[in-house]
Design a protein around this ligand. Structure first.
Ligand code: PGA
Length: 236
């Protein structure tokens, strides 16, 4: 079973969101793919109301708690509305809101307490990639986010090179394979009920099947391509 996350970011209006959601809800049941849609947070509940069978992820939440926090999205709002997944530490959230690995770690722990399955994003910059220190960088991210003394439930870890997101560039297949194997190796130092490694960054109709065929890659996190109907129909 491969996880396919559709991250619609802020690309779509409500009508477009519902139209893609409808297509997803009409896809035949598949044992090959688990499709999870992540509409803009503002549209998640409407999508859930019209297409309750679709599995949804929040694009983010924060840890300010319930109360006087204008603009916040609390994890209890996800729980209350049965949104079972959340993306954490996406590079756009990291850069737009100065989110760092220790904040991602706090939110990961909130997910654990609240039975929300986290989709944790990590990835190196172009500079790190060019300096050939990607593994060292990713290991330090993993160490900052996960705690050896915690027994995690299900976690999805998305390897998303920052230089690949939204650029049309991807690492070579062999590199994705090598990094996924490396991540699954270092994750053995931690305790998970279930851990799956996904790849994200410029996944599209042309490269998706090769990426999904890689050993140790258990799925993909897809941004702009997933806003197109022909991409959704790939899963027919
Ligand atoms: P992209 O985005 O597919 O548009 O590169 C991926 C992501 O941001 O997760």
């Amino acid at each position: 079973m491969k996880y396919i996350i559709f991250n619609w970011k802020s690309y779509l209006n409500l009508k477009q969101t519902l139209s893609l959601s409808k297509t997803i809800s009409n896809l035949p049941k598949s044992k090959k793919y688990k499709l999870i849609s992540s509409p803009n947070n503002f549209f998640t509940l409407t999508s859930n109301k019209f297409f309750p069978k679709n599995i949804l992820a929040s694009q983010n939440f924060d840890n300010h708690g319930l109360g006087a926090s204008t603009g916040s999205l609390d994890i209890s709002h996800l729980v209350e509305n049965k949104i079972m997944y959340s993306i954490l530490g996406h590079s756009e959230v990291r850069s737009n809101y100065d989110e760092n690995d220790s904040y991602v770690r706090e939110k990961l722990n909130l997910c654990l307490k609240n039975n929300i399955t986290p989709i944790v994003c990590i990835g190196e910059s172009k500079g790190v990639y060019k300096s050939k220190i990607t593994k060292v960088f990713l290991k330090s991210q993993v160490n900052k986010i996960f705690d050896k003394s915690i027994n995690y439930k299900e976690v999805l870890l998305a390897y998303e090179p920052l230089w690949s997101i939204g650029t049309g560039l991807t690492p070579e297949l062999e590199e994705i394979q090598e990094i996924s194997s490396y991540l699954s190796e270092i994750l053995k130092n931690y305790s998970f009920k279930k851990i799956n490694i996904l790849y994200g960054g410029s996944v599209n109709l042309t490269n998706i099947s090769d990426i999904l065929n890689l050993q140790n890659v258990n799925g993909v996190l897809v941004g702009s391509a997933s806003t197109k109907m022909d991409f959704i129909n790939y899963f027919k």
